[in-house]
Design a protein around this ligand. Sequence first.
Ligand code: ZN
Length: 143
Amino acid sequence: MTPEFDPALVHLLDAARAASRQAHCPYSRFHVGAAILAGGRVFTGANVENASYGLTICAERTAAFAAVLAGAVRFEAVAVTCPDAPAGSPTSAMMPCGACRQVLAEFAQADTPVLVDRVGQFTLAELLPLAFRLVREDSAQES
Ligand code: ZN
């Protein structure tokens, strides 16, 4: 079954797929790309691995940090893709990890759409219910 995505956001999946080609993944050989719509602009990221494996960072976070550093701190939509996941991979192999969900929650709202290529479209709250927050949602994104 082909997943359904908001047609107005499908361009984010295209951007994520393009970004995945920039991944530095000599260890896993598992390219991941992400794209974030924020402030009317699209910010992309890819996973960047390290010989010290624990230092590796996911595509979602490189995209998120690129957006934040550009001053775009209100995420309107997110897309992620794992083009190297073999056909028939379990859905769980293509989902954002827990760390990335928490980072996205810092800059997105409960209803922010998250498009997961080959899986489907979710809200952030579906991926991370009861997210940890230290500041009120209405003030979280002011700086
Ligand atoms: Zn992650």
